[in-house]
Design a protein. Structure first.
Length: 327
C-alpha cells in the first residue's frame, strides 16, 4: 500500500509547514483553502496522515482540528534543522518512478532510467544529474540525510588524528560540515564533479567555512590528491565490485602512510537476512545504479584487495554504519 506517497503528498502540498506556521490546530477546510486543494481530498489526506501518526486530530464542537506530531515537526517541515523534506521530494519525483519498473530491473539486472525518464542508463550519474534542477534536488536530499545521520558515522571511530581529509563524492557538503564541527582541527576537501562543486559553493557551503575546500574532478578518471583520510559515504554501493576495487586502489596509492579510508554504508547482516531497510536499499541500487548493498565482510574484502589492513567495523544502530581501513 502506498503509505510513503501519502507522506510525500502532504509534504509537497505544504501541510506540515502550514500547521507549524499556524501555531494552532486547524480544520480541514481551512487547510484546504490555504493550500489550494479540494475540501474532500484534503480531509482524506489529513485523516490518512493521522492514521500514519504524522498528524494528530482533536475533536471539538466545531469539528475536527489537525496538528503536527513531534515527528512531523522535526522531520517533515522545511524549516527544521533535521528536515527530510528534500529527500522525500527526491524519492517521490525520481526514485519511485524508477521503482515502477522493478520487475524489468530484476529481469535485466540493470537500472531503469531509460524507461522512467527516457535517458541513457549507461552512466547512472549522468542520468541522475540529467538536469540542474534534478541535481539540486539530489544534493539537497543527501544533505538532509546527513543532518540526522552524519554525526553517528563520523563519531563511530576517533578520527581526530586525521587532520587532512578528502570527502570523495561529498556533494552538498553536509557531511563535511559535520566533520569539521566534530573535529575542529581537521580540514575537509570535497572532491566532486565540476558542476556539483559549483552548486555546492553557490547553494550549500558558505565561503566563511574556511575548513572546507573543493576539488573538481572525476575520481574514477582523474588523479586523487594525497591526504590522511578519505571518506567514501554512500559511494561504493553505487558500483559493482570491479569499479569499487578500481577506486579503492587509487585511494590506497594516494593515501599517506598511516592514513586510512572511512566507508559509510548501510551494512547487510552476514547472512543477508536483514536489516530490511538495507535490503530495500539494495533493491533501490538495482533500479537506480550499478551497485548493491554489502555485508561488512564484503566491504572488508574490497578494502583488503586494495591493500588496506587493520579493518574495523562499527554498526551505529542507525541508518548507516562505518568501516575504517588503515594503510
Amino acid at each position: 500500500f502506498p503509505y510513503p506517497q501519502i507522506m510525500f503528498t502532504a509534504c509537497e502540498l505544504g501541510v506540515f509547514d502550514l500547521l507549524l506556521e499556524s501555531g494552532k490546530p486547524l480544520p480541514s477546510d481551512a487547510i484546504a483553502a490555504h493550500l489550494g486543494a479540494s475540501t474532500m481530498g484534503m480531509k482524506r489526506l489529513l485523516d490518512a496522515c493521522v492514521g500514519l501518526k504524522l498528524l494528530a486530530v482533536e475533536m471539538t464542537q466545531e469539528g475536527a482540528l489537525y496538528r503536527n506530531t513531534e515527528i512531523s515537526n522535526i522531520y517533515l517541515t522545511k524549516s527544521s534543522p533535521k528536515s527530510q523534506y528534500h529527500i522525500m521530494m527526491y524519492y517521490s519525483n525520481t526514485v519511485y518512478l524508477c521503482w515502477q519498473y522493478l520487475a524489468d530491473a530484476v529481469r535485466e539486472g540493470r537500472n531503469q532510467y531509460e524507461r522512467a525518464f527516457g535517458v541513457s542508463s549507461k552512466n547512472p550519474f549522468g542520468a541522475m544529474y540529467r538536469s540542474d534542477d534534478e541535481m539540486l534536488k539530489f544534493m539537497a536530499g543527501q544533505n538532509s540525510v546527513w543532518s540526522i545521520c552524519g554525526r553517528d558515522v563520523l563519531a563511530a571511530f576517533d578520527l581526530s588524528p586525521f587532520t587532512q581529509i578528502y570527502d570523495l563524492g561529498g556533494g552538498g557538503g553536509a557531511l563535511a560540515q559535520e566533520c569539521v564541527s566534530l573535529y575542529p582541527n581537521s580540514t575537509v576537501t570535497i572532491y566532486d564533479l565540476p558542476k556539483v562543486v559549483q552548486v555546492a559553493k553557490e547553494q550549500f557551503v558558505s565561503p566563511e567555512e574556511r575548513q572546507i575546500s573543493f576539488h573538481e574532478g572525476d575520481f574514477f578518471n582523474d588523479s586523487i590528491p594525497e591526504a590522511e583520510l578519505y571518506i567514501l559515504s554512500k559511494i561504493l554501493h553505487d558500483w559493482d565490485d570491479d569499479k569499487c576495487k578500481q577506486l579503492l586502489g587509487k585511494v590506497y596509492k594516494a593515501c599517506k602512510p598511516g592514513g586510512g579510508v572511512l566507508l559509510v554504508e548501510s551494512l547487510l547482516n552476514e547472512d543477508k537476512s536483514g536489516p530490511v531497510e538495507t535490503q530495500l536499499y539494495s533493491m533501490n541500487m538495482l533500479v537506480q545504479t550499478e551497485g548493491r548493498e554489502r555485508t561488512a565482510a564484503e566491504y572488508s574484502k574490497l578494502l583488503e584487495a586494495a591493500g588496506f589492513g587493520v579493518i574495523q567495523v562499527k554498526r551505529t544502530g542507525k541508518l548507516y554504519d562505518a568501516v575504517l581501513g588503515r594503510k
